[in-house]
Write a protein that binds this ligand. Structure first.
Ligand SMILES: Nc1ncnc2c1ncn2[C@@H]1O[C@H](COP(=O)(O)OP(=O)(O)OP(=O)(O)O)[C@@H](O)[C@H]1O
Ligand SMILES: [Mg+2]
Length: 267
C-alpha cells in the first residue's frame, strides 16, 4: 500500500510542482494518472521512488516512510518498486538477456554487478520473464535491434525479474504506434493480474479508462479527480484539462480489443 499524506514538492528554482497531495493506493490496483503536460505526473511518480525528495508531508510504502530512508535501507525498499519509462531505458549495446538480468542489480553489491555474478535461480527468473512477454527468442539479440514495442517488453521483463510489488510507469506507451500500444497495455494488465500494483502516467484518456481500475486527475500539482474510469465524463475532463476532449484526441480503435489475453501477443 502506498500512502501520500499532504505531500509538497518544490523544485530548487522555487516551483511548486505538487501541492498538498494526499492519496492511498491499495495493493493490486491499476491506477492511471492523467493531466496536462506540466501538471506534475512525472514528479509524483519520481517522488514515490525517491528520485526526488519532497519538501512537506509523508510518503509511506507499506507503512515505511520512504522520505526518511537512506543508503542500504533505501536500496532495499527500491527493490519493491519497478520503473518503466517512455524511452525504455535499456542498455542499448547489451543483449536483451543482460538487460533483463539487470533487474536483479538491487539485490547485489557492485562487485557482483560488474562481474555479472548472478545465481542460477536469478538467470532462470530472467529467462522466464522474457518468455512471459513472448521475447525469449530475442535473449541474445542486442537491445537496440528490437522494435519499440519489443524494447518496452524487455523493460517489462526486467521489471518482473526485479520481483517488485509495485511498478511505476511514466508514459509507457507514448512512443509506440496504436496497435503496439494496445498489446503493451495488455502486458501491463497481465502483470497486474500477477498481483503487482501498477501506477502509470497516461496521455490518452481512453486508454487510461480502458485499462485501469482507477483514474487520478492532476492539474497544476493538485489532485482534481480520483475515481473510477466510468466516472471520467466530459465534465471531469474539463476539470482536469480545462476543456473537453475532441474525438481525435481519443484512440479510435480501442473498443475493437475486447479480450485481454493471458498469453503474450508477440510481434
Ligand atoms: N527539475 C525541475 N526543476 C524545476 N522545475 C521542474 C523540474 N522538473 C519539472 N519541473 C516543473 O514541474 C512541473 C511538473 O513537471 P512534470 O514533469 O511532473 O509534469 P508532467 O505532468 O509529467 O508533464 P508531461 O506530461 O509533459 O510529462 C512543470 O511545470 C515542470 O516544468
Ligand atoms: Mg511527465
Amino acid at each position: 500500500m502506498i500512502e501520500l499524506k499532504h505531500v509538497d514538492k518544490v523544485y530548487s528554482n522555487g516551483y511548486k510542482a505538487l501541492s498538498d497531495v494526499s492519496l492511498t493506493i491499495n495493493d493490486g490496483e491499476f491506477v492511471s494518472i492523467i493531466g496536462l503536460s506540466g501538471a506534475g505526473k512525472s514528479t509524483l511518480i519520481r517522488c514515490i521512488n525517491r528520485m526526488h525528495d519532497i519538501q512537506a508531508g509523508e510518503i509511506l510504502v507499506d507503512g515505511v516512510d520512504i522520505s526518511k530512508l537512506k543508503g542500504k535501507a533505501l536500496r532495499e525498499e527500491r527493490r519493491n518498486i519497478g520503473m518503466i519509462f517512455q524511452s525504455f531505458n535499456l542498455v542499448k549495446r547489451s543483449s536483451v538477456y543482460k538487460n533483463v538480468l539487470a533487474g536483479r542489480v538491487g539485490y547485489h553489491n557492485t562487485f557482483d554487478t560488474i562481474f555479472g555474478i548472478y545465481s542460477k535461480e536469478e538467470k532462470m527468473l530472467a529467462l522466464r520473464s522474457l518468455d512471459k512477454f513472448g521475447i525469449l527468442d530475442k535473449a541474445y539479440v542486442r537491445a537496440d535491434q528490437l522494435s519499440g514495442g519489443q524494447q518496452q517488453r524487455v523493460a517489462l521483463a526486467r521489471s518482473l525479474t526485479q520481483e517488485p510489488k509495485l511498478i511505476l510507469a511514466d508514459e509507457p506507451v507514448a512512443s509506440l504506434d496504436p496497435v503496439t500500444t494496445l498489446s503493451v497495455m495488455n502486458d501491463f494488465t497481465r502483470i497486474n493480474r500477477m498481483g503487482i500494483t501498477i501506477l502509470a502516467n497516461m496521455h490518452h484518456v481512453d486508454l487510461a479508462k480502458k485499462y485501469s481500475s482507477r483514474i487520478i486527475g492532476i492539474r497544476a500539482g493538485k489532485i482534481v479527480f480520483d475515481g473510477k474510469p466510468e466516472e471520467v465524463t466530459d465534465e471531469v475532463c474539463i476539470k482536469i484539462y480545462g476543456r473537453s476532449l475532441s474525438s481525435n484526441e481519443k484512440l479510435g480503435n480501442i473498443d475493437e480489443v475486447q479480450e485481454i489475453p493471458d498469453e503474450p501477443a508477440g510481434e
